[in-house]
Design a protein around this ligand. Structure first.
Ligand code: ADP
Ligand code: MG
Length: 473
């Protein structure tokens, strides 16, 4: 490649950036490189297949136009995936044929060999959990519900060794299928890629069974060494961490890492205050960094995710096409979570491949029927619970919130707290606050009490069933 070519390329990038804006440029083009110019073609490369397909399907004309403006000879672009470069930049990539292709990406033609495959990122002795090559920042769609979490994760991923740590730990919580694992794995990929840091991704289960025992069998010195080698520890599904000694190890590890200025990133299905089995000190340490919630996926976000999924599938099945109205229909009706969206696309694809029939609205309606929730379960409010429980037991709402401890008030209050815990997503401390400023342990006690009683007391069980129905319809 000549100097003029690289100068042109610099200016082409400048043009692109000016045209599409910083956000889009950084998302799609920041890692695009010029490989060579051959006759009338600019050969470009990007690190992932997602990027390639996205750029080709959305920006081909733009990129060509920017090239033409710099070098009138260029008529075409060609985009390839820089698998070899990626391979050397990522730690410990195994030869691809010893590993399973990632879920849903099994290829007919063995093409996966040129892609990179799930690897254990991070320190050998500690052994990370496998990563899914599709879960990258490029494939993570940003919307209102996840902007902050995404920005924070990105910040962690691009930080360099020795940079001051801005928030520690970064704690992301969200319900099932809302993108926690995706975001954490993206952070791990990006963090390990090219900036010399070791980012270790572990599920809480892996932490329990592997990490802890690996650490235990080593000497104290090796233990410290191993920890020193990790710049960023990423732990997924922390709610599954169980067992006193594991938790003690976990606490020790987290403290050691944070004290040493290493970054810790955690995801769980609930906020730190609701991790009931962890002790107070751990919880407050976890809550002491940045705690971010990711909300439900909005319809626009769902539509973008679907488009992305279809674009990804088209790389391997170029004839697969989902008409826009069908995408809109799925985005509108398959509301639950990202996994269902993925499931919907997989079904359309399977149907299309197996029968050779094009995707139509009718086919889509049939295929995704059981992924559609008739309507979102109604959001139950704590005030409604208090009102309806008070009416049922013939006490006042003020009684429920008061400190009175007579039996005719205590039981309804416990029932109401129990319902608040089971029918809403509110945390124990918040429920405590909403019940006259009680402590979260009082709420926990009430919940356990009622749980214990309903097993043996059929009448109470019925009462609760009736209350639930009143609240939910
Ligand atoms: P969680 O770990 O929170 O249960 P996942 O990260 O496994 O959820 O996400 C479930 C599915 O939804 C995955 O296929 C994931 O790629 C997809 N998904 C969720 N959020 C997003 C997003 N913002 N952009 C793209 N895909 C998403
Ligand atoms: Mg997950």
């Amino acid at each position: 490649m000549t100097t003029t070519d690289s100068e042109h390329w610099l200016r082409v990038k400048g043009r692109l950036r000016a045209e599409v804006g910083d956000d889009i440029f950084l998302s799609w083009f920041a890692r695009m490189e010029l490989e060579r110019i051959e006759e009338n073609t600019a050969h470009l490369s990007v690190p992932t297949r997602f990027l390639k397909s996205w750029i080709l399907s959305h920006y081909t004309d733009r990129v060509i136009a920017c090239w033409k403006a710099e070098n009138a000879d260029i008529q075409k672009i060609d985009v390839s995936v820089r698998s070899a470069v990626i391979r050397s930049a990522l730690p410990k990539i195994k030869p691809v044929d010893t590993i399973e292709p990632p879920r849903g990406l099994r290829l007919d033609n063995g093409d996966v060999r040129t892609a990179f495959a799930p690897v254990s990122a991070g320190h050998d002795a500690l052994g990370g959990s496998p990563l899914d090559l599709r879960l990258t920042f490029e494939s993570f769609v940003i919307g209102r519900s996840n902007t902050l979490a995404h920005a924070a994760a990105k910040q962690v991923a691009v930080a360099r060794r020795g940079d001051p740590v801005m928030f520690n730990p970064l704690y992301v919580h969200a319900g099932v299928g809302l993108g926690k694992t995706h975001l954490l794995q993206a952070t791990t990929w990006a963090g390990n890629n090219g900036n010399e840091r070791k980012v270790l991704y572990l599920t809480a289960e892996k932490f329990m069974y592997g990490f802890v025992s690996a650490l235990r069998t080593q000497t104290a010195l090796a233990f410290k060494e191993a920890l020193r080698g990790i710049d960023v520890l990423v732990i997924d599904d922390l709610q599954f961490l169980q067992g006193k000694s594991t938790q003690a190890e976990f606490c020790h590890t987290i403290n050691a890492l944070i004290d040493a200025g290493r970054q810790v990133v955690i995801a769980a299905d609930r906020p730190p205050t609701d991790l009931e089995s962890l002790d107070d000190r751990v919880r407050s340490r976890l809550a002491g960094g940045l705690v971010v919630e990711m909300g439900p996926l909005g319809e626009e976000l769902r539509l973008e995710i679907l488009k992305f999924r279809v674009a990804a599938a088209r790389q391997y099945h170029p004839t697969f096409d989902v008409p826009a109205p069908v995408l809109a229909y799925i985005a509108k009706s398959v509301t639950h979570n990202g996994r269902d969206l993925e499931g919907a696309v997989n079904r359309l694809l399977a149907h299309n491949k197996l029968t050779g029939q094009p995707v139509t609205m009718e086919m889509a309606e049939r295929e995704v029927r059981d992924l559609i929730r008739p309507q979102e379960p109604k959001r139950v409010k704590i005030e409604d619970i208090q009102r309806i429980v008070a009416r049922q037991y013939n006490v006042s709402r003020a009684d429920l919130l008061s400190s009175r401890r007579t039996a005719n008030v205590v039981r309804p209050r416990q029932v109401a707290m129990y319902l608040a815990k089971t029918l809403t997503l509110r945390s124990l401390p918040e429920i405590g606050r909403r019940f006259g400023g009680r402590d979260h342990t009082t709420v926990l006690h009430a919940v356990r009490k009622i749980e214990g009683l309903v097993g043996n007391d059929a009448m109470l069980a019925d009462e609760i069933e009736i209350l639930k129905r009143q609240l939910q319809d």
